[in-house]
Design a protein around this ligand. Structure first.
Ligand SMILES: [Zn+2]
Length: 115
């Protein structure tokens, strides 16, 4: 039910963005999903489609962009995009890495119409 929680938090964030508009109608939302975020995009889409009726996302199109996993290795200093999608340096094999991108769910763009 992680995705349902994300959906609720998405609604909350969108409402915060829309407080200054009068009767806003959201047309399109673009979400950036990190490939290491643990979010099942197909399932998240289903959750949104199932529960958006009657919410501010009713009638909106949702698009997803996948943000690739990028890491910085603390052992050898290399920056890389591991193909195995694990937080492990592909160059030296170290697990001592910082994750630079690929962890988050971000609202990248909101298109609205005011009624
Ligand atoms: Zn390394």
């Amino acid at each position: 039910m992680h995705e349902f929680y994300l959906f609720q938090s998405l609604l909350l964030h969108l409402s915060e963005h829309l407080v200054d508009f009068k009767n806003p109608q959201i047309r399109r939302v673009i979400l950036s999903v990190g490939e290491f975020s643990g979010i099942d995009v197909a399932y998240f889409k289903t959750v949104i489609d199932t529960f958006k009726e009657g919410t501010i996302l009713d009638g909106a199109e949702i698009f997803f962009e996948i943000e690739s996993l990028k890491i910085h290795c603390k052992s050898c200093g290399a920056e890389s995009e591991p193909k195995e999608k694990t937080a492990k340096c592909p160059l030296c094999g170290s697990f001592s890495v910082d994750i630079l991108t690929g962890l988050d769910l971000v609202i990248k763009r909101i298109e609205i119409e005011e009624n």
